[in-house]
Design a binder for this molecule. Sequence first.
Ligand code: SF4
Length: 233
Amino acid sequence: MRHRLAPVSRAPGTGMTQRSPTPVYDPDCTRCPRLARYLAQTRQRQPDYWGRPVPSFGARQPRIVIVGLAPGMHGANRTGRPFTGDHAGILLYETLHAFGLASRPFSQAADDALVLRAARIVNAVKCVPPQNRPLPAEIRSCNRYLAQELEELRGVRVYLALGRIAHDALLMALGLPRARYPFAHARVHPLGRRYLVDSYHCSRYNTSTRRLTPDMFRAVVGAACGLAGLPLP
Ligand code: SF4
Protein backbone atom coordinates (compact mmCIF):
# COMPACT_ATOMS: atom_id res chain seq x y z
CA MET A 1 0.00 0.00 0.00
CA ARG A 2 1.42 3.39 -1.01
CA HIS A 3 -0.07 6.69 0.05
CA ARG A 4 -0.25 9.94 -1.80
CA LEU A 5 -1.93 13.15 -0.84
CA ALA A 6 -3.28 14.24 -4.16
CA PRO A 7 -2.84 11.77 -7.00
CA VAL A 8 -2.50 13.54 -10.33
CA SER A 9 -2.78 10.85 -12.97
CA ARG A 10 -1.95 7.27 -12.24
CA ALA A 11 0.59 5.39 -14.30
CA PRO A 12 -1.12 2.08 -15.15
CA GLY A 13 -0.26 -0.72 -12.75
CA THR A 14 2.34 1.15 -10.74
CA GLY A 15 0.32 2.83 -8.00
CA MET A 16 2.36 5.96 -8.70
CA THR A 17 1.64 9.15 -10.54
CA GLN A 18 3.07 10.22 -13.85
CA ARG A 19 4.12 13.59 -12.44
CA SER A 20 6.34 12.02 -9.83
CA PRO A 21 7.28 8.39 -9.12
CA THR A 22 7.97 9.05 -5.41
CA PRO A 23 5.27 8.15 -2.90
CA VAL A 24 4.87 10.27 0.23
CA TYR A 25 4.66 7.12 2.34
CA ASP A 26 5.40 3.44 2.01
CA PRO A 27 4.50 1.28 5.04
CA ASP A 28 6.76 -1.49 3.71
CA CYS A 29 9.83 0.70 3.20
CA THR A 30 13.10 -0.94 4.28
CA ARG A 31 15.56 1.52 2.76
CA CYS A 32 17.37 1.95 6.07
CA PRO A 33 18.73 -1.51 6.99
CA ARG A 34 19.42 -0.64 10.63
CA LEU A 35 15.91 0.79 11.16
CA ALA A 36 14.26 -2.06 9.26
CA ARG A 37 16.03 -4.58 11.52
CA TYR A 38 15.04 -2.58 14.59
CA LEU A 39 11.41 -2.50 13.48
CA ALA A 40 11.44 -6.24 12.79
CA GLN A 41 12.73 -6.84 16.33
CA THR A 42 10.06 -4.49 17.67
CA ARG A 43 7.30 -6.40 15.88
CA GLN A 44 8.58 -9.64 17.39
CA ARG A 45 8.76 -8.23 20.90
CA GLN A 46 5.60 -6.12 20.67
CA PRO A 47 3.25 -7.70 18.13
CA ASP A 48 0.48 -5.30 19.18
CA TYR A 49 2.57 -2.25 18.23
CA TRP A 50 2.19 -0.47 14.89
CA GLY A 51 5.84 -1.33 14.21
CA ARG A 52 6.12 0.20 10.73
CA PRO A 53 6.99 3.56 9.17
CA VAL A 54 4.55 6.08 10.66
CA PRO A 55 2.53 8.17 8.19
CA SER A 56 1.99 11.90 8.54
CA PHE A 57 -1.19 13.11 10.21
CA GLY A 58 -3.51 16.06 9.79
CA ALA A 59 -5.16 18.31 7.25
CA ARG A 60 -4.64 17.27 3.64
CA GLN A 61 -3.97 20.85 2.57
CA PRO A 62 -2.61 22.54 5.70
CA ARG A 63 -1.50 26.12 6.29
CA ILE A 64 1.02 24.98 8.91
CA VAL A 65 3.26 21.93 8.64
CA ILE A 66 4.81 20.80 11.90
CA VAL A 67 8.02 18.84 11.39
CA GLY A 68 9.02 16.41 14.12
CA LEU A 69 12.06 14.16 14.45
CA ALA A 70 11.00 10.49 14.39
CA PRO A 71 8.48 8.14 16.02
CA GLY A 72 9.01 7.38 19.70
CA MET A 73 9.24 3.69 20.59
CA HIS A 74 6.17 3.64 22.83
CA GLY A 75 4.39 6.59 21.22
CA ALA A 76 3.99 6.83 17.47
CA ASN A 77 5.70 3.48 16.91
CA ARG A 78 3.06 1.91 19.15
CA THR A 79 -0.02 3.79 17.97
CA GLY A 80 0.85 4.56 14.34
CA ARG A 81 0.25 8.31 14.61
CA PRO A 82 2.88 11.02 15.18
CA PHE A 83 3.25 12.28 18.77
CA THR A 84 0.48 9.96 19.95
CA GLY A 85 0.62 7.90 23.12
CA ASP A 86 3.74 9.23 24.78
CA HIS A 87 5.01 12.28 26.63
CA ALA A 88 6.17 14.26 23.59
CA GLY A 89 2.62 14.69 22.36
CA ILE A 90 1.21 16.15 25.56
CA LEU A 91 2.37 19.73 25.16
CA LEU A 92 2.05 19.59 21.37
CA TYR A 93 -1.62 18.60 21.21
CA GLU A 94 -2.59 20.77 24.21
CA THR A 95 -1.11 23.75 22.41
CA LEU A 96 -2.58 22.91 19.02
CA HIS A 97 -5.99 22.64 20.68
CA ALA A 98 -5.53 25.99 22.44
CA PHE A 99 -5.01 27.61 19.02
CA GLY A 100 -7.92 25.81 17.38
CA LEU A 101 -5.67 23.56 15.32
CA ALA A 102 -6.74 20.31 17.04
CA SER A 103 -10.25 19.16 17.88
CA ARG A 104 -9.13 17.76 21.24
CA PRO A 105 -6.32 18.65 23.67
CA PHE A 106 -4.80 15.17 23.74
CA SER A 107 -3.99 12.37 21.32
CA GLN A 108 -4.39 8.84 22.63
CA ALA A 109 -4.75 6.49 19.68
CA ALA A 110 -4.95 6.58 15.91
CA ASP A 111 -8.70 5.86 16.05
CA ASP A 112 -9.62 8.41 18.73
CA ALA A 113 -11.39 10.72 16.23
CA LEU A 114 -8.94 13.58 16.80
CA VAL A 115 -8.87 15.96 13.83
CA LEU A 116 -6.28 18.60 12.97
CA ARG A 117 -7.47 21.78 11.28
CA ALA A 118 -5.16 23.68 8.95
CA ALA A 119 -2.19 21.79 10.38
CA ARG A 120 -0.31 18.62 9.49
CA ILE A 121 2.39 16.77 11.39
CA VAL A 122 5.21 15.13 9.47
CA ASN A 123 8.42 13.54 10.70
CA ALA A 124 11.97 13.87 9.40
CA VAL A 125 12.33 10.09 9.77
CA LYS A 126 9.35 7.74 9.59
CA CYS A 127 10.76 4.72 11.46
CA VAL A 128 11.59 4.58 15.15
CA PRO A 129 15.37 4.86 15.63
CA PRO A 130 17.30 3.31 18.54
CA GLN A 131 17.74 5.87 21.35
CA ASN A 132 15.66 8.35 19.32
CA ARG A 133 18.75 9.05 17.22
CA PRO A 134 18.55 8.52 13.49
CA LEU A 135 21.84 8.38 11.60
CA PRO A 136 22.59 11.07 8.99
CA ALA A 137 22.25 8.48 6.21
CA GLU A 138 18.79 7.53 7.52
CA ILE A 139 17.70 11.16 7.59
CA ARG A 140 18.91 11.54 4.01
CA SER A 141 17.20 8.35 2.93
CA CYS A 142 13.83 9.30 4.41
CA ASN A 143 14.10 12.83 3.06
CA ARG A 144 12.74 11.68 -0.30
CA TYR A 145 9.35 11.09 1.33
CA LEU A 146 9.41 14.40 3.18
CA ALA A 147 10.42 16.30 0.05
CA GLN A 148 7.67 14.70 -1.99
CA GLU A 149 5.03 15.39 0.65
CA LEU A 150 6.08 19.04 0.96
CA GLU A 151 5.96 19.32 -2.81
CA GLU A 152 2.32 18.28 -2.74
CA LEU A 153 1.29 20.60 0.12
CA ARG A 154 0.88 23.71 -1.97
CA GLY A 155 -1.11 25.90 0.40
CA VAL A 156 1.43 25.83 3.23
CA ARG A 157 2.38 29.21 4.69
CA VAL A 158 4.48 28.14 7.67
CA TYR A 159 6.80 25.27 8.49
CA LEU A 160 7.22 24.79 12.23
CA ALA A 161 10.36 22.76 12.90
CA LEU A 162 10.59 21.00 16.26
CA GLY A 163 14.31 20.80 16.98
CA ARG A 164 17.46 21.16 14.96
CA ILE A 165 17.27 17.78 13.20
CA ALA A 166 13.77 18.54 11.95
CA HIS A 167 14.93 22.02 10.92
CA ASP A 168 17.87 20.59 8.95
CA ALA A 169 15.74 17.85 7.37
CA LEU A 170 13.19 20.42 6.28
CA LEU A 171 15.85 22.58 4.64
CA MET A 172 17.25 19.50 2.90
CA ALA A 173 13.78 18.60 1.61
CA LEU A 174 13.29 22.14 0.33
CA GLY A 175 16.77 22.24 -1.22
CA LEU A 176 17.86 25.19 0.94
CA PRO A 177 21.34 25.67 2.45
CA ARG A 178 21.68 25.12 6.19
CA ALA A 179 24.30 27.84 6.57
CA ARG A 180 21.81 30.52 5.53
CA TYR A 181 19.14 29.44 8.00
CA PRO A 182 20.72 28.65 11.39
CA PHE A 183 18.45 26.99 13.93
CA ALA A 184 17.43 28.94 17.03
CA HIS A 185 14.38 28.64 19.21
CA ALA A 186 11.63 31.10 18.17
CA ARG A 187 13.60 32.29 15.14
CA VAL A 188 11.52 33.09 12.06
CA HIS A 189 13.14 32.54 8.66
CA PRO A 190 11.37 34.08 5.66
CA LEU A 191 11.37 31.61 2.73
CA GLY A 192 9.86 33.58 -0.11
CA ARG A 193 6.11 33.56 0.41
CA ARG A 194 6.47 31.08 3.28
CA TYR A 195 8.16 31.06 6.67
CA LEU A 196 10.15 28.61 8.69
CA VAL A 197 9.63 28.96 12.44
CA ASP A 198 11.95 27.10 14.82
CA SER A 199 11.17 25.65 18.21
CA TYR A 200 12.93 23.40 20.63
CA HIS A 201 11.44 19.92 20.41
CA CYS A 202 8.62 19.27 22.88
CA SER A 203 10.34 16.13 24.17
CA ARG A 204 10.09 14.87 27.72
CA TYR A 205 13.71 15.94 28.30
CA ASN A 206 13.18 19.50 27.07
CA THR A 207 9.91 20.03 28.93
CA SER A 208 11.05 18.42 32.20
CA THR A 209 14.28 20.48 32.24
CA ARG A 210 12.19 23.55 31.26
CA ARG A 211 14.39 24.20 28.29
CA LEU A 212 10.99 24.45 26.61
CA THR A 213 8.17 25.73 28.80
CA PRO A 214 4.47 25.73 27.87
CA ASP A 215 4.60 29.54 27.56
CA MET A 216 7.60 29.37 25.22
CA PHE A 217 5.86 26.81 23.06
CA ARG A 218 2.58 28.72 22.99
CA ALA A 219 4.45 31.82 21.86
CA VAL A 220 6.02 29.93 18.97
CA VAL A 221 2.79 28.27 17.85
CA GLY A 222 1.00 31.61 18.16
CA ALA A 223 3.63 33.23 15.95
CA ALA A 224 3.22 30.43 13.41
CA CYS A 225 -0.57 30.90 13.38
CA GLY A 226 -0.15 34.65 12.90
CA LEU A 227 2.27 34.21 10.00
CA ALA A 228 -0.07 31.62 8.46
CA GLY A 229 -2.94 34.10 8.59
CA LEU A 230 -4.95 31.96 10.98
CA PRO A 231 -7.20 33.58 13.59
CA LEU A 232 -5.69 33.73 17.07
CA PRO A 233 -7.83 32.79 20.10
S1 SF4 B 1 13.25 5.81 7.94
FE1 SF4 B 1 12.17 6.35 6.03
S2 SF4 B 1 13.57 5.70 4.37
FE2 SF4 B 1 14.26 4.70 6.26
S3 SF4 B 1 13.25 2.67 6.23
FE3 SF4 B 1 11.92 4.08 7.40
S4 SF4 B 1 10.45 4.92 5.89
FE4 SF4 B 1 12.16 3.99 4.75
